[in-house]
Write a protein that binds this ligand. Structure first.
Ligand code: NDP
Length: 434
C-alpha cells in the first residue's frame, strides 16, 4: 500500500491473487527465498506520455497516454489498449497484472502488458478519433514492436481505432508487420478475433456445465454491457439454445423477457456499433422494460455474465443472484465482481469463473493472429474457432488441476491463479534475477 499510493484497483487485484497464491508458494520449496511474489507484482517498465491533438473546432486537446510493460518471462508483452475517461495508472496496472496470469493460462507464448488513455471517444467525430490515434501512436511506436510488445483493443478501442493506430505505425516504422492484433481480416487480422472473447466465455461456461452433465440449452442468461464482449457472448448463447434476458450500457439496462433473438441482436449491434446510440432505444423499439442507471443483476437467471467493466457486481448483487437461483457467474469483463461478491459465490459453492480464465479467448485468438502474421498466412474461420474451443477446454483443465478441493468443488479462482502463476514464475526463476 505504501509503495503504490492512490492505486486501489491495482491493490485489489494483487490482494485477490496473493490470497490464493501465498500458501501455494510457501508449500513449494523451489520458491523459497526467491521473493517471486514481490517480483511478479512489479511492472518491468511503465511508460507515460503526452498526447496532444487538434479537435474539429481547431482547439488543442491534451490527453495522457500509458503503456504498462508488466512481464516478458514467457513472451513479448501482450495486452489491450483502453480509451476511457476512467483510465488511470492504477486501472492499467491492475489490468496488466491480471493479463500476466491470463496469457499464461492460454498456453501460448505471450507476456503481459496493458495501455491506453484517459481520452473519451464518446461524442467525438471520426476525424477526431483518427487524429487522437495518430498522435497516440506517434509516441507509442518507439515502445512497441511485433517481437517486443503487441497491443490490441479493449474498452473504447475496436476495429476502427486499431485501423488508425496501425496506419500511423506503418507510416512511422516503415514496416507492415504484426505489431497490433485485432486488425481487419483483409489486412492481417484473424478470423473470429472480434467474436473471440464472447464466444470463448460461453465455451468456458459449457465446459463448466459439462462437469455436471449439463449444457447451455434452455438456460436463462443475464448479460451486462453491450459492447464487443457482450454482443458475441449473447450471439453464442442464442446459438446454443439459451435465452438472453438482458443487456446494458453505461446508462442503464434492458430486460426482454421474451429473449433477445438473432434479429433483435442484429439491431442492437447496429445501434451500438454504427449509430453509437443508447440501449434505451432497444426498449423503445421492442417495447420492453428499461431500467435507467441500474445493472441487470436483480433479474432472475440461471447464468450471469458481467461483461461491461470492473466492480460492476457487488456483494448485494451476489446475494440477489443467489436468492434467485443463479448457478453460474462467469466474467467476460476484467474484475467485474467485487472481492466480497466473489467471497459470497465461493461460500455458497456456485460456479464462479474469474475473468482471467473465462475471458482469455480474446487474447488467445490475438496470439493466433500473431502466429498467422509470422507465417504470413491465414487460417479459416472454422480452423480458428476449433483452436479457440480447444484452448478454452485446456484452460478449464488447468483450473481443475489446481482448483479442485477435497469435496470435489472446483475453486476456479484459485485454480486459475496458481496455474497462471506457475508457468510465469518458473520462467522468471530459470532466467535468473531479471
Ligand atoms: P466495449 O467498449 O466494446 O464495451 C464496453 C461496454 O461496457 C459498453 O456497453 C459500455 O457502455 C459499458 N461500460 C463501459 N464502462 C462502463 C462503466 N463504467 N459503467 C457501466 N457500463 C460501462 O468494451 P469490451 O466489450 O471490449 O470490454 C468489456 C470488458 O471486457 C472490459 O472489462 C474489458 O477489459 C474486458 N475484456 C475485453 C476483451 C476484448 O477482447 N475486447 C478481452 C478480455 C476482456 P457504453 O456503450 O454506454 O459505453
Amino acid at each position: 500500500h505504501k509503495k503504490n499510493p492512490g492505486e486501489p484497483e491495482f491493490l485489489q487485484a494483487v490482494e485477490e491473487v496473493a490470497t490464493s497464491l501465498i500458501s501455494f508458494i510457501e508449500s513449494e520449496s523451489r520458491y523459497k527465498n526467491t521473493k517471486i511474489l514481490e517480483r511478479i507484482v512489479e511492472p518491468e517498465r511503465v511508460i507515460i506520455f503526452r498526447v496532444p491533438w487538434l479537435d474539429d473546432k481547431g482547439e488543442i486537446q491534451v490527453n495522457r497516454g500509458f503503456r504498462v510493460q508488466m512481464n516478458s518471462a514467457i513472451g513479448p508483452y501482450k495486452g489491450g489498449l483502453r480509451f476511457h475517461p476512467s483510465v488511470t495508472l492504477s486501472v492499467l496496472k491492475f489490468l496488466a497484472f491480471e493479463q500476466t496470469f491470463k496469457n499464461s493460462l492460454t498456453g501460448l507464448p505471450m507476456g503481459a502488458g496493458k495501455g491506453g488513455s484517459d481520452f473519451d471517444p464518446k461524442g467525438k467525430s471520426d476525424n477526431e478519433i483518427m487524429k487522437f490515434c495518430q498522435s497516440f501512436m506517434t509516441e507509442l511506436y518507439r515502445h512497441v514492436g511485433a517481437d517486443t510488445d503487441i497491443p490490441a483493443g479493449d474498452i473504447g478501442v475496436g476495429g476502427r481505432e486499431i485501423g488508425y493506430l496501425f496506419g500511423q505505425y506503418k507510416r512511422i516504422a516503415g514496416a507492415f508487420n504484426g505489431v497490433l492484433t485485432g486488425k481487419g481480416s483483409e489486412w492481417g487480422g484473424s478470423q473470429i478475433r472480434p467474436e473471440a472473447t464472447g464466444y470463448g466465455l460461453v465455451y468456458f461456461v459449457e465446459e463448466i456445465l459439462k462437469t455436471k452433465k449439463d449444457s447451455m440449452s434452455g438456460k436463462t442468461v443475464t448479460i451486462s454491457g453491450s459492447g464487443n464482449v457482450a454482443q458475441y457472448a449473447a450471439e453464442k448463447c442464442i446459438e446454443l439454445g439459451a435465452k438472453v434476458l438482458t443487456l446494458s450500457d453505461s446508462k442503464g439496462f434492458i430486460y426482454d423477457p421474451a429473449g433477445i433473438d438473432k434479429e433483435k441482436l442484429a439491431y442492437l449491434m447496429h445501434l451500438k456499433n454504427i449509430e453509437h446510440g443508447c440501449i434505451k432505444e432497444y426498449a423503445i423499439k421492442y417495447n420492453c422494460e428499461y431500467f435507467e442507471g441500474e445493472r441487470p443483476w436483480k433479474i432472475k437467471c440461471d447464468i450471469a455474465l458481467p461483461n461491461a467493466t470492473q466492480n460492476e457486481l457487488d456483494a448485494n448483487d451476489a446475494k440477489t443472484l443467489l436468492k434467485n437461483g443463479c448457478i453460474c457467474v462467469a466474467e467476460g469483463a476484467n474484475m467485474p465482481c467485487t472481492p466480497r461478491a466473489v467471497a459470497t459465490f465461493l461460500k455458497e459453492k456456485i460456479f464462479y469463473a474469474p475473468g482471467k480464465a473465462a475471458n482469455a479467448g480474446g487474447v488467445a485468438v490475438s496470439g493466433l493472429e500473431m502466429s498467422q502474421n509470422s507465417q504470413r498466412y491465414s487460417w479459416s474461420r472454422a480452423e480458428v474457432d476449433a483452436k479457440l474451443k480447444m484452448i478454452m477446454h485446456e484452460i478449464h483443465e488447468r483450473c481443475i488441476q489446481y482448483g479442485k478441493e477435497e469435496d470435489g468443488f472446483v475453486n476456479y479462482e484459485k485454480g486459475a491463479n496458481i496455474a497462471g502463476f506457475v508457468k510465469v514464475a518458473d520462467a522468471m526463476l530459470a532466467q535468473g534475477l531479471v
